[in-house]
Design a protein around this ligand. Structure first.
Ligand code: ATP
Length: 277
């Protein structure tokens, strides 16, 4: 008689799966005992360079200005950009109890691989499991203290690290960042399907680089083509939380480390959704 074929998925976890060795296996990792984080929010994108780190930074700054205690876990180990956006030059320290995040000038605790590496330009040439373990340690070994929201800047795509974050950390919801271009529907669908598989709610979509408002004539131009974000959001029954224009002052703030000085209101709707959670 043919042997029953075992499910080899690490993500199956279905009650109905009779063959899955890994069904109902608990991959969760405990936070540091001195961390009390109320909500964990993942910021994801289907592909690189769409402004995920910018959106993570803007959300954190907006929520902090509303009086919430927020932190950022930079899970983008091979392309960390959060410390730069916040102009952080110090390195992370450790105490006998655990690792200490570095606080930005307005007091936002941040942990990123670039706060540990000797030089910011040192490349991380590590195997996937080592990278994934580092992210887990940023949760289990870092003393985050009391936080209302911890934002996780995920690496792009649906690979090893996003999978580790979803399985190991108690992610309460994700925000999907896109840019206006043809691939958007496929990219959003991949992120939404992964979130469904991981049973994590999608809080909504953010379209970055939506348009450019010309300072000379006040007209808006859709530099990357017509936006399809509304159709995609309707199709998946999701909200569009923000449309961020291409704004050279945002790029400058991000690249020169002044993101905390951001005063705009483009993240207000997203902030409202987070407050309602
Ligand atoms: N709306 C915007 N207007 C102007 N510049 C922007 C905007 N969004 C992002 N940028 C710039 O684009 C670059 C890439 O942004 P960012 O690092 O946030 O992307 P990312 O999706 O996190 O990239 P990666 O996936 O490679 O980590 C940065 O230099 C940033 O300042």
């Amino acid at each position: 008689m043919a042997e029953e074929r075992k499910c080899s998925s690490t993500t199956c976890g279905k009650e109905s799966c009779k063959g899955c060795d890994k069904a109902k296996v608990d991959f969760s990792v405990k936070p540091h005992k001195m961390s009390h984080v109320k909500k964990v929010i993942g910021v994801v994108s289907g592909k690189g360079g769409v402004g995920k780190s910018l959106v993570t930074s803007l959300l954190t700054v907006t929520m902090s200005k509303k009086g919430y205690k927020c932190g950022i876990l930079d899970a983008d180990i091979t392309g960390p950009s959060i410390p730069k956006a916040f102009g952080i030059k110090d390195k992370a320290m450790a105490s006998a109890q655990g690792m200490l995040p570095v606080c930005s000038s307005s007091g936002i605790p941040i942990m990123s691989i670039n706060l540990i590496l000797e030089n910011d330009t040192d490349p991380v040439v590590w195997r996937g499991p080592v990278i994934a373990n580092t992210v887990k340690q940023f949760w289990s070994d870092v003393i985050w203290g009391d936080l209302d929201y911890l934002f996780i800047d995920m690496p792009p795509g649906t690979g090893d690290v996003p999978l580790t974050v979803f399985q190991s950390l108690p992610v309460d919801g994700i925000i999907v960042v896109t840019s206006p271009q043809e691939l958007v529907s496929m990219i959003v669908e991949k992120a939404v399907k992964m979130a469904e598989l991981m049973k994590v709610p999608v809080l909504g979509l953010v379209e970055n680089m939506s348009y450019f408002k010309c300072p000379d004539n006040g007209k808006s131009y859709q530099i990357f083509g017509e936006s399809h974000i509304d159709e995609v959001a309707d199709y998946h029954n999701l909200k569009v939380l923000a449309r961020i224009p291409i704004d050279p002052s945002l790029a400058e703030a991000c690249d020169k480390g002044f993101i905390e000085e951001f005063e705009g209101s483009c993240m207000d709707e997203a902030a409202g959704v987070l407050e309602e959670m």
